[in-house]
Design a protein around this ligand. Structure first.
Ligand code: PLP
Length: 277
């Protein structure tokens, strides 16, 4: 956002979302305009419903697929629509692809595979999720040449390079992708199936994620997200994130994370079953 947003500019931000899209826009003096991601829209923003005045002033369309927190993967049709929108309105697309290698059935699409995307889009990648290198701060951007140049100008003036040992670790991780990533994905798939099938068996209506290591779970009727997360924490020692923390349309959901062993996830289901709602 700092590279492209001037005070008064608008960015289009899907919600629920990783809160940084919103925060970075504010830091740059811009104004985020939100687009809801809801189950009834298959967790895609409805670009046809963006106010034409906002579309005309938008500088960045933020996207994030595979999506946190909903676990949704992009379709080719949606990415084509987003590219057409950006070209029509003269905005750029910043597609956060942090979870791009974490797709359960097949491969996640890159937006750069779409015709015309390289004129308007950049994609942000990270080693944090793919190689469990969270906190190591290694990632990269690729896509439109001018946008990458703008990002490079900004980055080279506000911070400096990553510790060399970590860069070498990232190189090794990338070189051994085939040995590292498929077993990790097999592990996450087993965790997802154990947890989601377990929840379904006790009557919770959960859509298994298509990608990422998150489960986006509708809360029982009559409860808020915060109430459910609090009860799970206080009465079952289970940590989840209340969905409203990702933005208003996240109310009514909690996010669970598949970063603990399968046995712990099975135990979580057992404990959830004992709570009466
Ligand atoms: C959607 C999304 N993008 C980006 C990140 C952060 O990635 P990095 O560690 O490379 O800053 C996260 C981490 O939670 C995330 O969920």
């Amino acid at each position: 956002a700092f590279a492209f947003v001037n005070p008064g500019y608008i960015t289009l931000v899907p919600e629920p979302c990783y809160p940084v899209y919103r925060g970075a826009t504010y830091f740059a003096g811009g104004l985020p305009i939100y687009m809801d991601l809801r189950p009834e829209n298959d967790f895609f923003p409805d670009l046809d419903r963006v106010d034409p005045r906002d579309a005309a002033r938008a500088k960045i369309l933020w996207l994030n697929y595979p999506n946190s927190p909903t676990g949704k993967l992009a379709t080719k049709a949606f990415f084509e629509k987003a590219v057409a929108f950006a070209r029509k309105h003269g905005c750029l697309i910043c597609q956060d692809a942090a979870y791009t290698e974490m797709a359960f059935d097949g491969r996640a699409l890159s937006i750069l595979e779409i015709d015309g995307a390289k004129e308007v889009a950049i994609e942000l990648h990270s080693c944090s999720k793919t190689f469990s290198m969270t906190g190591w701060r290694v990632g990269w951007a690729c896509g439109n040449r001018d946008l990458i140049a703008g990002l490079g100008r900004m980055k080279s003036n506000v911070d400096s390079g990553i510790f060399t040992a970590i860069q070498r670790a990232a190189t090794t991780a990338l070189q051994h992708y085939d040995r590292i990533v498929p077993p990790l994905m097999k592990m996450y798939r087993q965790r997802r199936d154990t947890f989601c099938n377990g929840l379904k068996a006790i009557g919770w209506n959960v859509r298994p994620p298509e990608g990422t290591f998150y489960c986006w779970i509708p809360v029982p009727k009559g409860y808020t997200s915060a109430q459910v997360s609090s009860r799970l924490l206080e009465e079952a020692d289970i940590v989840t994130t209340p969905g409203n923390g990702f933005g208003a349309p996240g109310e009514g959901f909690i996010r669970a994370t598949l970063t603990v062993p399968e046995e712990r996830l099975a135990l979580a289901v057992e404990r959830i079953e004992k709570l009466k709602w």
